[in-house]
Ligand binder design. Sequence first.
Ligand code: 9UX
Length: 73
Amino acid sequence: ITHTLDISIGGMTCASCVARVERALQQVPGVQDATVNLATESARIVVTQDVESMDAQLRRAVRTAGYAPRTAA
Ligand code: 9UX
C-alpha cells in the first residue's frame, strides 16, 4: 500500500532548488517517488510507510536541505 502526501515548501526560487528538494525527499527511506512543483511551492511524495511518521521525516529532510516546509493549512 502506498500513500500520497503533499507538503507546502517555501524558499525555492529556481529549478536547482527544485532538484535539490526532490533529491533530499527521494533519499528518505520509504519514499517511492517525490515531485516538486515550483509554481505551487509544494511537493507531492508517494510513500510506502506510515503517513504521520513519514510527514515528520520529510519535513526534516526539506529543512536540512535548506528550505522551509510550511505547516499544513
Ligand atoms: Mo537557484 Mo535555489 O540559483 O536555493 S538553487 S535559488
